[in-house]
Design a protein around this ligand. Structure first.
Ligand code: 5GP
Length: 178
């Protein structure tokens, strides 16, 4: 079966929503420094846009986990491939994630990072698929809720491709006349 990409969220929609989240984060956390902890690789465009739209002191760090590793389905377990560099104790940390699907990754990260005693810990995810949830996941800031479809673009990949797209798109089957 052949399939093609259909735009689900345009560049404008994404940028407007990211601005709203940036404003909300600063309001909620106040004037103190904020550590944006980007979950590699998918969340890097969200991190970059979010950070540019935020006021006050903002620091970045990166963490990489593997639960999918190339496929279109979760492997059901989470492994830390790259840990963050900062000591997050006493810091206001925001985990910046591309998408919360089953909730497994974010649950695992929240548990792990809580043991490192940040002053506060929040999750900002550009996308959420509520219908795919198998683990209860606390996500304070959600850009968009989407249905349970596989999406690419704006950092999200299909076997490392499409991360560069400025929009989010879903694969849909092509009709035979295409
Ligand atoms: P979870 O642990 O919540 O099931 O999955 C979170 C991770 O799965 C995301 O960070 C992302 O890497 C991957 N993921 C979940 N849904 C999608 C999707 O629709 N497209 C892509 N490209 N990755 C996804």
């Amino acid at each position: 079966m052949t399939e093609h990409l259909e735009i689900l969220l345009s560049e404008d929609q994404i940028q407007n929503r990211v601005s709203e989240i940036a404003t909300q984060l600063r309001q909620d956390i106040g004037d103190e420094p904020i550590l944006l902890l980007c979950v590699l690789k998918g969340a890097f465009p969200f991190l970059a846009d979010l950070a540019k739209k935020m006021t006050g002191e903002v620091l970045f760090d990166f963490i990489q986990v593997s639960s999918w590793e190339g496929g279109r389905e979760s492997k059901g377990s989470v492994r830390i491939k790259k840990d963050h560099d900062f000591d997050i104790k006493g810091m206001h940390v925001v985990i910046v994630e591309d998408i919360v699907d089953s909730g497994l990754t974010i649950n695992h990260l929240r548990e792990l990072l809580t043991t490192r005693q940040p002053a506060s810990l929040r999750v900002a995810s550009l996308l959420s698929k509520p219908d795919a949830r198998t683990h209860e996941a606390q996500v304070e800031y959600i850009g968009f809720e989407i249905s349970n479809v596989f999406v690419v673009g704006y950092g999200l990949d299909d076997d490392e491709r499409y991360r560069n797209l400025p929009y989010v798109a879903a694969f849909v089957p092509s009709s035979t006349s295409d």
